[in-house]
Design a protein around this ligand. Structure first.
Ligand code: OAD
Length: 259
């Protein structure tokens, strides 16, 4: 084992020790945890979602007003992509961890629904979900099955006739109030915070790890790269979530006597 490998193993074992003895754990995830499910991240230059598009054109109320059909079709493309994606071992490891610690919450910025599909139950979706729909004017929730019979692009709200949009947070929009309050409460109460696959650039999600650290939590980051959050966190486990998380949870399981 090289020096770097030994150092990485020491960090992973330290992280496992903290998790195995924690009563409350909060996990903040970003697009990186879904990368190994084949879902592009946002800011990876080569193949990120934003690499070919101007995010303000596609993920903002102004962009939707300007060209609702373009925005609707972009989200249809993302829904089809996500529809073919399966949770990867990183998502599965978090489900295992939820069973190993007394209380664990997954707080995700992702809108792909893969944590829910993997079996995470204590889940907060900060930025909404691609598979949910609402009307642009009044926020009426629109059941997906009603859309399949509406040929218009975008379809129209059955309650008020307004254009339908995905129930996801767009640039310049507020996050769902209940979800944000729950996320803040969870990170403030956590003894250990795990940050997986986020560049830590988008507020208010990017501030959540700092709330946890200021409240005294031990903090662990899993990411192939260093990020804006790395300097504020205790440990950085470098590598893809699909490999690091299963190894970490194996080390937690080896330590915990909990059934
Ligand atoms: P980004 O694309 O900004 O960052 C993805 C992060 O994942 C980067 O730090 C990568 O290094 C890391 N990464 C890549 N592959 C990975 C892997 N296999 N395992 C672990 N990490 C990996 O995506 P987010 O930080 O999630 O907001 O972006 C935050 C928000 O910005 C998104 O939720 C979206 C966007 O605007 C909304 O949609 C409101």
């Amino acid at each position: 084992m090289t020096g770097d490998q030994a150092h990485a193993n020491d960090a992973l074992q330290q992280a496992a020790e903290w998790l195995a003895t924690a009563e409350r754990v909060a996990v903040l995830t970003g697009a990186g945890i879904s990368r190994e499910s084949g879902v592009p991240t946002f800011r990876d230059a080569q193949e990120g979602l934003w690499a070919r598009y101007d995010p303000m054109e596609l993920a903002s109320p102004e962009g939707f007003r300007r060209d609702p059909a373009l925005v609707w079709r972009w989200y249809e493309w993302r829904r089809a992509l996500v529809g073919r994606a399966q949770p990867n071992p990183g998502h599965g490891a978090l489900v295992r961890l939820e069973a190993l610690v007394p209380y664990l919450t997954v707080i995700t910025q992702n809108v792909d629904g893969l944590h829910h599909a993997a079996g995470s139950r204590n889940l907060v979706e900060l930025h909404g979900n691609l598979q949910r729909f609402k009307c642009f004017e009044r926020g009426h929730l629109v059941p997906a099955e009603l859309l399949s019979t509406d040929e218009r692009v975008p379809p129209c709200c059955p309650q008020c006739g307004a254009l339908v949009r995905p129930d996801v947070v767009w640039f310049g929009e507020m996050l769902p109030e209940v979800a944000l309050r729950q996320a803040r409460d969870e990170v403030a109460a956590a003894e250990v915070l795990l940050v997986v696959g986020t560049s830590g650039l988008v507020q208010p999600a990017a501030s959540l790890p700092l709330v946890a650290v200021e409240a005294g939590a031990r903090s662990i980051e899993i990411n192939p790269d260093r990020t804006a959050l790395t300097p504020h966190l205790d440990l950085h486990l470098s590598g893809p979530a699909g490999r690091i998380l299963p190894a970490l949870v194996d080390a937690v399981a080896a330590r915990t006597t909990r059934k």
